[in-house]
Design a protein around this ligand. Sequence first.
Ligand code: KIV
Length: 274
Amino acid sequence: MKRTVLELRQSKSGRLVMLTAYDFPGAKLAAEAGVDLILVGDSLGMVVLGYESTVPVTMEDMLHHAKAARRGAPDIFLTVDMPFMSYASNEQALANAARLMKEAGADSVKLEGGLEAVPAVEALVRAGVPVLGHIGLTPQTASALGGYKLQGRDEAGARRLLEEASALERAGCWGIVLEMVPAPLARAITESIAIPTIGIGAGPHCDGQVLVFHDMVGLFSGFTPKFAKRYAEAGALIREAIACYAAEVRDGRYPDAAHSFDMHDEVLKRVYGG
Ligand code: KIV
């Protein structure tokens, strides 16, 4: 049964499981496996579209993939990422979030950023859009943060993250993703706010966890962050299957009788003679 925003907002002691999905089969598998919520992340840009970062991802990309994911998981709470520069002003944020909800069937949107994201979050929440925040490592602005690095390790950084989490809570977010934050700091943030934290590279004390599907099943070979545990080697399995198929076509073993269609000889004789 689909979680409601109210239930999610109150999931402080639970172990929320969120996974990314970008298409029909991925979302269907995630739903069948029983995740609590799906994120159509803009990690799409890197793991599916082959970009070097999430920056080139467009609203059209997000809509296209979110619609497919929604078709695969009609009964799961679906959060969709707002791509880079799609919420630079409140007007843009409202117009783009409306498209994600009306056209793709999103239940919530996620946007990156701390204090600077507060006006957009407030505008969205006022308009009735459930918003998931995202602080710590924010991939859309990773270059400004000095790359894909752990955040909040020093005193100033840790204070800033605590302050940002509380500002996003006050702005009305129903939850906050903490990405690449030291586990003790993630615990302190989790304890300091009443809405759930969903961690990725943020240790075991968050209220939930999220992983990128392609990292988790071994389908992305770009780079594997330390926190991304591989639960399957699907890439190796698929490569092996394709090599088998190619070998069987080349040596004539495929297609065999079991994978071909027959017809009555007389019909063939009438149309082709012989
Ligand atoms: O885009 C994404 O997949 C994300 C997760 C890493 C949280 O934002």
